[in-house]
Design a protein. Structure first.
Length: 479
Protein backbone atom coordinates (compact mmCIF):
# COMPACT_ATOMS: atom_id res chain seq x y z
CA UNK A 1 0.00 0.00 0.00
CA UNK A 2 1.30 3.44 -0.96
CA UNK A 3 -0.02 5.66 1.83
CA UNK A 4 -0.70 9.20 0.60
CA UNK A 5 -1.98 12.41 2.09
CA UNK A 6 -5.70 13.16 1.91
CA UNK A 7 -6.14 16.85 1.14
CA UNK A 8 -9.29 18.55 -0.09
CA UNK A 9 -10.91 15.18 -0.72
CA UNK A 10 -8.08 13.81 -2.87
CA UNK A 11 -5.18 11.46 -2.27
CA UNK A 12 -1.91 13.20 -3.11
CA UNK A 13 1.81 12.62 -2.72
CA UNK A 14 3.88 14.88 -0.49
CA UNK A 15 5.04 18.05 -2.23
CA UNK A 16 8.66 16.93 -1.69
CA UNK A 17 7.95 13.63 -3.49
CA UNK A 18 9.69 11.79 -0.61
CA UNK A 19 8.46 8.69 1.12
CA UNK A 20 9.66 6.08 3.60
CA UNK A 21 9.00 2.42 4.40
CA UNK A 22 6.05 1.02 6.30
CA UNK A 23 7.15 -2.10 8.20
CA UNK A 24 4.92 -4.85 9.58
CA UNK A 25 6.47 -5.38 13.03
CA UNK A 26 5.18 -8.94 13.30
CA UNK A 27 7.25 -10.01 10.29
CA UNK A 28 9.90 -7.29 10.06
CA UNK A 29 8.94 -6.99 6.36
CA UNK A 30 8.21 -3.87 4.38
CA UNK A 31 4.51 -3.66 3.46
CA UNK A 32 4.42 -0.32 1.67
CA UNK A 33 5.50 3.30 1.43
CA UNK A 34 4.36 6.32 3.35
CA UNK A 35 4.60 9.84 1.98
CA UNK A 36 6.99 12.03 3.92
CA UNK A 37 5.16 15.31 4.37
CA UNK A 38 6.46 18.63 5.59
CA UNK A 39 5.47 22.28 5.99
CA UNK A 40 4.46 22.64 2.32
CA UNK A 41 1.86 19.92 2.72
CA UNK A 42 0.52 21.55 5.86
CA UNK A 43 0.16 24.75 3.84
CA UNK A 44 -1.91 22.92 1.20
CA UNK A 45 -4.10 21.33 3.86
CA UNK A 46 -4.66 24.68 5.60
CA UNK A 47 -5.73 26.29 2.31
CA UNK A 48 -8.25 23.51 1.74
CA UNK A 49 -9.56 23.82 5.29
CA UNK A 50 -9.90 27.60 5.03
CA UNK A 51 -12.09 27.23 1.95
CA UNK A 52 -14.26 24.58 3.63
CA UNK A 53 -14.65 26.19 7.04
CA UNK A 54 -17.50 28.63 6.51
CA UNK A 55 -19.98 26.14 5.05
CA UNK A 56 -19.03 23.36 7.46
CA UNK A 57 -19.22 25.48 10.59
CA UNK A 58 -22.59 26.89 9.53
CA UNK A 59 -24.09 23.61 8.40
CA UNK A 60 -27.23 22.64 10.32
CA UNK A 61 -26.36 20.24 13.16
CA UNK A 62 -28.84 17.74 11.68
CA UNK A 63 -26.80 17.56 8.46
CA UNK A 64 -23.49 17.33 10.27
CA UNK A 65 -25.01 14.53 12.33
CA UNK A 66 -26.01 12.64 9.17
CA UNK A 67 -22.51 12.77 7.70
CA UNK A 68 -20.72 11.77 10.90
CA UNK A 69 -23.20 9.00 11.53
CA UNK A 70 -22.70 7.74 7.99
CA UNK A 71 -18.93 7.65 8.61
CA UNK A 72 -19.58 5.43 11.60
CA UNK A 73 -21.78 3.09 9.52
CA UNK A 74 -19.18 2.90 6.74
CA UNK A 75 -16.40 2.11 9.22
CA UNK A 76 -18.35 -0.96 10.28
CA UNK A 77 -19.10 -1.90 6.66
CA UNK A 78 -15.36 -1.88 6.02
CA UNK A 79 -14.35 -3.31 9.38
CA UNK A 80 -12.45 -6.26 7.92
CA UNK A 81 -10.22 -4.07 5.71
CA UNK A 82 -9.62 -1.68 8.57
CA UNK A 83 -8.83 -4.39 11.11
CA UNK A 84 -6.40 -6.03 8.71
CA UNK A 85 -4.65 -2.73 8.01
CA UNK A 86 -4.41 -2.01 11.75
CA UNK A 87 -2.90 -5.39 12.49
CA UNK A 88 -0.42 -5.23 9.61
CA UNK A 89 0.80 -1.82 10.75
CA UNK A 90 1.07 -2.63 14.44
CA UNK A 91 1.51 -6.38 14.96
CA UNK A 92 -1.43 -6.57 17.34
CA UNK A 93 -3.75 -9.59 17.26
CA UNK A 94 -6.36 -9.33 14.53
CA UNK A 95 -9.02 -10.23 17.10
CA UNK A 96 -8.16 -7.07 19.06
CA UNK A 97 -8.37 -4.89 15.96
CA UNK A 98 -11.63 -6.52 14.84
CA UNK A 99 -13.46 -6.84 18.13
CA UNK A 100 -12.38 -3.73 19.98
CA UNK A 101 -10.54 -1.10 18.04
CA UNK A 102 -12.46 -0.72 14.80
CA UNK A 103 -15.88 -0.96 16.52
CA UNK A 104 -14.71 1.68 18.97
CA UNK A 105 -13.66 4.00 16.12
CA UNK A 106 -17.19 3.61 14.72
CA UNK A 107 -18.65 4.33 18.19
CA UNK A 108 -16.56 7.50 18.44
CA UNK A 109 -18.14 8.86 15.26
CA UNK A 110 -21.62 7.68 16.26
CA UNK A 111 -21.31 9.20 19.71
CA UNK A 112 -20.05 12.60 18.52
CA UNK A 113 -22.55 12.63 15.65
CA UNK A 114 -25.24 12.78 18.34
CA UNK A 115 -23.21 15.38 20.24
CA UNK A 116 -23.51 17.63 17.17
CA UNK A 117 -27.28 17.43 17.64
CA UNK A 118 -27.33 17.89 21.38
CA UNK A 119 -24.55 20.35 22.19
CA UNK A 120 -26.08 23.41 23.79
CA UNK A 121 -24.92 26.61 25.40
CA UNK A 122 -25.82 28.35 28.61
CA UNK A 123 -27.64 31.54 29.47
CA UNK A 124 -27.35 33.58 32.65
CA UNK A 125 -29.95 36.17 33.53
CA UNK A 126 -29.51 39.18 35.78
CA UNK A 127 -32.18 41.72 36.72
CA UNK A 128 -32.69 43.78 33.56
CA UNK A 129 -30.29 41.86 31.38
CA UNK A 130 -29.44 38.44 30.08
CA UNK A 131 -26.25 36.76 28.96
CA UNK A 132 -26.09 33.94 26.49
CA UNK A 133 -22.95 32.07 25.55
CA UNK A 134 -22.25 31.18 21.98
CA UNK A 135 -20.07 28.13 21.56
CA UNK A 136 -18.50 28.60 18.16
CA UNK A 137 -16.19 26.39 16.19
CA UNK A 138 -12.56 27.42 16.62
CA UNK A 139 -11.65 27.24 12.94
CA UNK A 140 -8.86 24.94 11.83
CA UNK A 141 -7.60 22.52 14.47
CA UNK A 142 -4.73 20.02 14.52
CA UNK A 143 -5.20 16.47 15.79
CA UNK A 144 -2.05 14.37 16.33
CA UNK A 145 -2.30 10.78 17.53
CA UNK A 146 -0.05 7.82 18.44
CA UNK A 147 0.37 4.28 17.12
CA UNK A 148 -0.89 2.14 19.96
CA UNK A 149 -4.64 2.29 19.23
CA UNK A 150 -4.44 3.97 15.85
CA UNK A 151 -7.93 4.54 14.41
CA UNK A 152 -9.52 4.38 17.87
CA UNK A 153 -7.52 7.38 19.12
CA UNK A 154 -7.45 9.21 15.79
CA UNK A 155 -11.25 9.17 15.61
CA UNK A 156 -11.56 10.06 19.32
CA UNK A 157 -10.15 13.49 18.41
CA UNK A 158 -11.40 14.00 14.90
CA UNK A 159 -15.04 13.14 15.59
CA UNK A 160 -15.64 15.83 18.27
CA UNK A 161 -13.57 18.38 16.32
CA UNK A 162 -15.80 17.87 13.28
CA UNK A 163 -18.99 17.65 15.33
CA UNK A 164 -18.23 21.07 16.79
CA UNK A 165 -17.92 22.52 13.27
CA UNK A 166 -14.16 22.75 12.87
CA UNK A 167 -12.04 21.82 9.89
CA UNK A 168 -9.29 19.41 10.84
CA UNK A 169 -5.67 18.79 9.87
CA UNK A 170 -4.94 15.36 11.32
CA UNK A 171 -1.77 13.34 11.58
CA UNK A 172 -1.59 9.68 12.56
CA UNK A 173 1.64 8.13 13.76
CA UNK A 174 4.21 7.32 11.08
CA UNK A 175 4.16 3.77 12.52
CA UNK A 176 0.42 3.25 11.92
CA UNK A 177 -0.66 5.24 8.86
CA UNK A 178 -2.98 2.87 7.03
CA UNK A 179 -6.35 3.07 8.78
CA UNK A 180 -6.11 6.86 8.87
CA UNK A 181 -5.48 6.79 5.13
CA UNK A 182 -8.53 4.56 4.58
CA UNK A 183 -10.63 6.92 6.67
CA UNK A 184 -10.25 9.52 3.90
CA UNK A 185 -12.12 7.26 1.44
CA UNK A 186 -14.80 6.60 4.02
CA UNK A 187 -15.32 10.29 4.74
CA UNK A 188 -15.58 11.03 1.04
CA UNK A 189 -18.18 8.32 0.57
CA UNK A 190 -20.12 9.59 3.59
CA UNK A 191 -20.41 13.02 1.96
CA UNK A 192 -17.96 14.95 4.13
CA UNK A 193 -17.24 18.08 2.09
CA UNK A 194 -13.73 18.38 0.62
CA UNK A 195 -11.26 20.17 2.86
CA UNK A 196 -13.17 19.57 6.10
CA UNK A 197 -10.83 16.74 7.10
CA UNK A 198 -7.27 16.65 5.76
CA UNK A 199 -5.00 13.78 6.74
CA UNK A 200 -1.24 14.26 6.55
CA UNK A 201 1.25 11.43 6.83
CA UNK A 202 4.86 11.51 7.89
CA UNK A 203 7.24 12.03 10.78
CA UNK A 204 6.31 13.91 13.92
CA UNK A 205 9.44 16.03 13.89
CA UNK A 206 8.62 17.17 10.34
CA UNK A 207 4.94 17.35 9.47
CA UNK A 208 3.77 17.11 13.10
CA UNK A 209 5.99 20.02 14.04
CA UNK A 210 4.75 22.03 11.04
CA UNK A 211 1.13 21.49 12.13
CA UNK A 212 1.93 22.71 15.63
CA UNK A 213 3.76 25.80 14.31
CA UNK A 214 1.22 26.86 11.69
CA UNK A 215 -0.34 30.15 12.76
CA UNK A 216 -3.73 29.37 11.14
CA UNK A 217 -4.15 26.19 13.17
CA UNK A 218 -5.71 27.49 16.37
CA UNK A 219 -5.86 24.44 18.59
CA UNK A 220 -3.81 21.27 18.99
CA UNK A 221 -5.23 18.08 20.38
CA UNK A 222 -2.34 15.71 20.98
CA UNK A 223 -2.06 12.17 22.31
CA UNK A 224 1.39 10.68 22.67
CA UNK A 225 4.52 10.68 24.81
CA UNK A 226 5.17 13.15 27.62
CA UNK A 227 8.37 14.49 26.05
CA UNK A 228 6.61 15.17 22.76
CA UNK A 229 3.82 16.86 24.72
CA UNK A 230 6.42 19.13 26.33
CA UNK A 231 7.89 20.06 22.96
CA UNK A 232 4.44 20.81 21.56
CA UNK A 233 3.44 22.99 24.48
CA UNK A 234 6.70 24.95 24.25
CA UNK A 235 5.80 25.85 20.67
CA UNK A 236 2.03 26.18 20.90
CA UNK A 237 1.94 27.87 24.34
CA UNK A 238 3.57 31.16 23.29
CA UNK A 239 1.31 31.19 20.20
CA UNK A 240 -1.68 31.07 22.61
CA UNK A 241 -3.18 28.03 20.94
CA UNK A 242 -5.66 25.92 22.80
CA UNK A 243 -3.86 22.70 23.76
CA UNK A 244 -5.13 19.35 24.95
CA UNK A 245 -2.38 16.89 25.89
CA UNK A 246 -3.06 13.22 26.62
CA UNK A 247 0.32 11.84 27.62
CA UNK A 248 2.04 8.86 29.20
CA UNK A 249 1.28 6.96 32.36
CA UNK A 250 2.76 4.72 35.03
CA UNK A 251 -0.50 3.46 36.35
CA UNK A 252 -0.88 1.88 39.79
CA UNK A 253 -3.06 -1.16 40.27
CA UNK A 254 -3.88 -1.68 43.95
CA UNK A 255 -4.93 -5.18 45.00
CA UNK A 256 -6.27 -5.66 48.53
CA UNK A 257 -6.50 -8.94 50.44
CA UNK A 258 -10.29 -8.79 50.30
CA UNK A 259 -10.58 -8.55 46.51
CA UNK A 260 -12.68 -10.95 44.44
CA UNK A 261 -9.59 -13.08 43.88
CA UNK A 262 -10.27 -14.87 40.59
CA UNK A 263 -11.77 -11.84 38.88
CA UNK A 264 -8.90 -9.65 40.07
CA UNK A 265 -6.29 -12.12 38.88
CA UNK A 266 -7.88 -12.34 35.44
CA UNK A 267 -8.27 -8.59 35.11
CA UNK A 268 -4.80 -7.72 36.42
CA UNK A 269 -3.31 -10.02 33.79
CA UNK A 270 -5.45 -8.28 31.15
CA UNK A 271 -4.64 -4.74 32.30
CA UNK A 272 -0.93 -5.59 32.39
CA UNK A 273 -0.51 -7.27 29.03
CA UNK A 274 -3.33 -6.23 26.68
CA UNK A 275 -1.98 -4.96 23.36
CA UNK A 276 1.47 -6.13 24.58
CA UNK A 277 1.29 -3.59 27.41
CA UNK A 278 1.10 -0.77 24.89
CA UNK A 279 -2.02 0.98 26.15
CA UNK A 280 -1.61 4.23 28.05
CA UNK A 281 -4.13 2.87 30.58
CA UNK A 282 -2.34 -0.42 31.23
CA UNK A 283 -1.30 -0.95 34.84
CA UNK A 284 2.45 -1.24 35.26
CA UNK A 285 2.95 -0.89 39.03
CA UNK A 286 1.01 -3.73 40.64
CA UNK A 287 0.69 -3.16 44.39
CA UNK A 288 -0.50 -6.22 46.30
CA UNK A 289 -1.42 -6.47 49.99
CA UNK A 290 0.79 -8.73 52.08
CA UNK A 291 -1.88 -11.32 53.00
CA UNK A 292 -2.27 -12.54 49.40
CA UNK A 293 1.03 -11.34 47.91
CA UNK A 294 2.75 -14.72 47.45
CA UNK A 295 -0.31 -16.52 46.15
CA UNK A 296 -1.21 -13.68 43.81
CA UNK A 297 2.36 -13.42 42.53
CA UNK A 298 2.54 -17.12 41.70
CA UNK A 299 -0.86 -17.16 40.03
CA UNK A 300 -0.06 -14.04 38.00
CA UNK A 301 3.20 -15.59 36.79
CA UNK A 302 1.27 -18.64 35.70
CA UNK A 303 -1.28 -16.48 33.86
CA UNK A 304 1.49 -14.54 32.11
CA UNK A 305 3.16 -17.77 31.03
CA UNK A 306 -0.03 -19.13 29.49
CA UNK A 307 -0.84 -16.06 27.38
CA UNK A 308 -0.75 -17.26 23.78
CA UNK A 309 1.94 -15.33 21.93
CA UNK A 310 1.55 -15.84 18.21
CA UNK A 311 1.13 -14.65 14.67
CA UNK A 312 -1.32 -11.75 14.99
CA UNK A 313 -3.26 -13.10 12.01
CA UNK A 314 -3.97 -16.47 13.64
CA UNK A 315 -7.13 -17.26 15.58
CA UNK A 316 -6.45 -17.68 19.26
CA UNK A 317 -3.43 -15.36 19.36
CA UNK A 318 -3.68 -13.19 22.46
CA UNK A 319 -0.36 -11.38 22.27
CA UNK A 320 1.38 -10.07 19.15
CA UNK A 321 4.55 -8.15 18.46
CA UNK A 322 5.70 -4.81 19.78
CA UNK A 323 5.30 -1.86 17.42
CA UNK A 324 8.87 -1.68 16.06
CA UNK A 325 12.44 -2.82 16.45
CA UNK A 326 13.34 0.51 18.10
CA UNK A 327 10.57 0.11 20.62
CA UNK A 328 11.56 -3.50 21.34
CA UNK A 329 15.13 -2.30 22.01
CA UNK A 330 13.85 0.45 24.29
CA UNK A 331 11.80 -2.04 26.31
CA UNK A 332 14.76 -4.50 26.44
CA UNK A 333 16.91 -1.65 27.81
CA UNK A 334 14.36 -1.15 30.57
CA UNK A 335 14.55 -4.85 31.38
CA UNK A 336 18.35 -4.55 31.72
CA UNK A 337 17.87 -1.47 33.87
CA UNK A 338 15.42 -3.28 36.14
CA UNK A 339 18.01 -6.03 36.67
CA UNK A 340 20.76 -3.48 37.38
CA UNK A 341 18.47 -1.79 39.89
CA UNK A 342 18.21 -5.10 41.76
CA UNK A 343 14.91 -6.35 40.37
CA UNK A 344 14.21 -10.06 40.27
CA UNK A 345 12.78 -11.17 36.95
CA UNK A 346 9.99 -13.64 37.81
CA UNK A 347 9.05 -14.48 34.24
CA UNK A 348 9.77 -13.27 30.69
CA UNK A 349 12.53 -10.72 30.35
CA UNK A 350 13.52 -11.91 26.88
CA UNK A 351 12.51 -11.88 23.24
CA UNK A 352 10.20 -14.58 21.98
CA UNK A 353 11.70 -16.23 18.92
CA UNK A 354 8.91 -17.07 16.49
CA UNK A 355 8.89 -19.51 13.57
CA UNK A 356 7.73 -19.12 9.99
CA UNK A 357 6.30 -15.82 8.76
CA UNK A 358 7.00 -14.06 12.06
CA UNK A 359 10.59 -15.26 12.59
CA UNK A 360 11.95 -11.71 12.17
CA UNK A 361 9.18 -10.05 14.17
CA UNK A 362 9.61 -7.97 17.32
CA UNK A 363 8.10 -10.24 19.96
CA UNK A 364 8.78 -10.06 23.69
CA UNK A 365 7.51 -12.31 26.48
CA UNK A 366 5.22 -10.86 29.18
CA UNK A 367 7.59 -9.84 31.94
CA UNK A 368 7.15 -9.50 35.71
CA UNK A 369 9.67 -8.06 38.19
CA UNK A 370 9.66 -7.86 41.95
CA UNK A 371 12.05 -6.48 44.52
CA UNK A 372 12.10 -2.91 43.20
CA UNK A 373 11.24 0.08 45.38
CA UNK A 374 8.97 2.94 44.34
CA UNK A 375 11.83 5.38 43.72
CA UNK A 376 13.79 3.39 41.14
CA UNK A 377 13.66 4.35 37.48
CA UNK A 378 11.86 1.14 36.56
CA UNK A 379 8.97 2.22 38.76
CA UNK A 380 9.15 5.90 37.81
CA UNK A 381 9.50 5.86 34.02
CA UNK A 382 6.95 4.76 31.45
CA UNK A 383 8.11 1.58 29.68
CA UNK A 384 5.03 1.17 27.46
CA UNK A 385 5.55 -2.52 26.93
CA UNK A 386 4.64 -5.84 28.58
CA UNK A 387 6.73 -5.23 31.70
CA UNK A 388 5.18 -4.88 35.15
CA UNK A 389 6.54 -4.73 38.68
CA UNK A 390 5.05 -6.16 41.87
CA UNK A 391 5.32 -4.30 45.18
CA UNK A 392 4.00 -5.50 48.53
CA UNK A 393 2.12 -3.27 50.98
CA UNK A 394 0.62 -3.80 54.44
CA UNK A 395 -1.75 -0.92 55.13
CA UNK A 396 -4.14 1.29 53.23
CA UNK A 397 -1.94 4.32 53.97
CA UNK A 398 1.04 2.54 52.47
CA UNK A 399 -0.97 1.63 49.39
CA UNK A 400 -1.91 5.28 48.84
CA UNK A 401 1.70 6.35 49.33
CA UNK A 402 2.97 3.83 46.78
CA UNK A 403 0.19 4.56 44.29
CA UNK A 404 0.99 8.28 44.41
CA UNK A 405 4.78 7.79 44.17
CA UNK A 406 4.82 8.82 40.52
CA UNK A 407 5.17 11.96 38.44
CA UNK A 408 2.44 10.60 36.18
CA UNK A 409 -1.26 10.57 36.99
CA UNK A 410 -3.33 8.96 34.28
CA UNK A 411 -5.34 6.01 35.60
CA UNK A 412 -5.49 3.77 38.67
CA UNK A 413 -7.35 0.55 39.40
CA UNK A 414 -8.47 -0.57 42.86
CA UNK A 415 -9.44 -4.13 43.70
CA UNK A 416 -11.33 -4.51 46.98
CA UNK A 417 -14.77 -5.50 48.21
CA UNK A 418 -14.74 -2.86 50.95
CA UNK A 419 -16.93 -0.12 49.54
CA UNK A 420 -15.86 2.56 52.00
CA UNK A 421 -12.21 1.88 51.36
CA UNK A 422 -12.78 2.02 47.61
CA UNK A 423 -14.33 5.49 47.88
CA UNK A 424 -11.62 6.71 50.27
CA UNK A 425 -8.85 5.62 47.94
CA UNK A 426 -10.59 6.91 44.82
CA UNK A 427 -10.46 10.41 46.25
CA UNK A 428 -6.89 10.09 47.60
CA UNK A 429 -5.17 8.76 44.49
CA UNK A 430 -3.78 11.42 42.16
CA UNK A 431 -4.97 10.30 38.74
CA UNK A 432 -7.54 11.54 36.26
CA UNK A 433 -9.29 8.18 36.15
CA UNK A 434 -9.94 5.55 38.83
CA UNK A 435 -11.49 2.19 38.05
CA UNK A 436 -12.81 0.12 40.96
CA UNK A 437 -13.03 -3.62 40.37
CA UNK A 438 -12.85 -3.11 36.61
CA UNK A 439 -10.52 -1.82 33.91
CA UNK A 440 -11.13 -0.05 30.62
CA UNK A 441 -14.82 0.12 31.34
CA UNK A 442 -15.58 3.17 29.22
CA UNK A 443 -18.57 5.46 28.94
CA UNK A 444 -17.78 7.98 26.21
CA UNK A 445 -19.58 10.77 28.12
CA UNK A 446 -17.07 10.74 30.98
CA UNK A 447 -14.01 13.02 31.25
CA UNK A 448 -10.90 11.25 30.02
CA UNK A 449 -7.34 12.35 30.78
CA UNK A 450 -4.62 12.64 33.36
CA UNK A 451 -2.82 14.99 35.72
CA UNK A 452 0.83 16.00 36.16
CA UNK A 453 3.09 14.38 33.53
CA UNK A 454 0.08 12.55 32.09
CA UNK A 455 -1.28 15.68 30.51
CA UNK A 456 -3.46 18.72 30.47
CA UNK A 457 -7.17 18.85 29.69
CA UNK A 458 -9.81 16.19 29.26
CA UNK A 459 -11.31 14.45 26.29
CA UNK A 460 -14.69 12.74 26.05
CA UNK A 461 -18.30 13.92 26.03
CA UNK A 462 -18.94 17.63 26.55
CA UNK A 463 -15.31 18.13 27.63
CA UNK A 464 -14.22 17.45 24.05
CA UNK A 465 -17.00 19.59 22.58
CA UNK A 466 -15.99 22.46 24.85
CA UNK A 467 -12.34 22.07 23.94
CA UNK A 468 -13.15 22.26 20.25
CA UNK A 469 -15.27 25.42 20.60
CA UNK A 470 -14.68 28.98 21.76
CA UNK A 471 -17.14 30.39 24.26
CA UNK A 472 -18.34 33.89 23.44
CA UNK A 473 -20.56 35.61 25.95
CA UNK A 474 -23.21 38.02 24.67
CA UNK A 475 -24.83 40.34 27.22
CA UNK A 476 -28.06 42.23 26.44
CA UNK A 477 -29.54 44.87 28.68
CA UNK A 478 -33.26 45.33 28.21
CA UNK A 479 -34.45 47.76 30.86
P1 LIG B 1 4.99 10.07 20.31
O1 LIG B 1 4.91 11.21 21.23
O2 LIG B 1 6.32 9.63 19.83
O3 LIG B 1 4.14 10.35 18.98
C1 LIG B 1 2.77 10.66 19.02
C2 LIG B 1 2.41 11.43 17.76
O4 LIG B 1 3.09 12.68 17.79
C3 LIG B 1 2.84 10.75 16.46
O5 LIG B 1 1.89 11.02 15.47
C4 LIG B 1 4.15 11.45 16.14
O6 LIG B 1 4.47 11.42 14.79
C5 LIG B 1 3.84 12.86 16.61
N1 LIG B 1 5.01 13.67 16.94
C6 LIG B 1 6.23 13.25 17.38
N2 LIG B 1 7.04 14.31 17.56
C7 LIG B 1 6.31 15.42 17.26
C8 LIG B 1 6.59 16.81 17.28
N3 LIG B 1 7.77 17.29 17.63
N4 LIG B 1 5.60 17.66 16.93
C9 LIG B 1 4.38 17.20 16.58
N5 LIG B 1 4.05 15.89 16.54
C10 LIG B 1 5.02 15.01 16.88
O7 LIG B 1 4.20 8.89 21.02
P2 LIG B 1 4.01 7.41 20.50
O8 LIG B 1 5.29 6.67 20.72
O9 LIG B 1 3.39 7.44 19.16
O10 LIG B 1 2.90 6.87 21.52
C11 LIG B 1 3.18 6.32 22.75
C12 LIG B 1 2.91 7.32 23.85
O11 LIG B 1 1.57 7.79 23.77
C13 LIG B 1 3.04 6.69 25.22
O12 LIG B 1 3.72 7.59 26.06
C14 LIG B 1 1.60 6.55 25.68
O13 LIG B 1 1.40 6.54 27.07
C15 LIG B 1 0.98 7.75 25.06
N6 LIG B 1 -0.46 7.60 24.95
C16 LIG B 1 -1.25 8.34 25.77
C17 LIG B 1 -2.63 8.19 25.71
C18 LIG B 1 -3.54 9.00 26.60
O14 LIG B 1 -4.74 9.04 26.32
N7 LIG B 1 -3.05 9.63 27.64
C19 LIG B 1 -3.19 7.28 24.81
C20 LIG B 1 -2.33 6.53 24.01
C21 LIG B 1 -0.97 6.70 24.08
Amino acid sequence: MHVKNFISGHYVDAVSGKYFDNINPATGQKIGNIVRSGPEDVEEAVKAAQIAFRDWSQMKPENRFKILHKISVLIMERDEDLALAETQDTGKPLSLSSNIEIPRAASNFRFFATAALQFASESHSMPGSINYTLRQAIGIVGCISPWNLPLYLFSWKIAPALAAGNCVIAKPSELSPSTAALLGEICKEAGLPDGVLNILQGYGSEVGDAIVRHSSIKAISFTGGTNTGKTISQIAGPMFKKISLELGGKNPCVVFDDCDYQKTLREVSRLSFSNQGQICLCGSRILVQAGIYDRFKNDLIQKAETIKIGDPMEDGTQFGSLISEDHLNKVMNFIDLAKKEGGICLTGGERKQMDGRCKNGYFLKPTIFEGLGPECRTNMEEIFGPVITLQKFETEAEAIHLANASDYGLAATLWTQDLSRAHRLASEINTGIVWINCWLNRDLRTPFGGVNQSGVGREGGWEAMRFFTEAKNVCIQFD
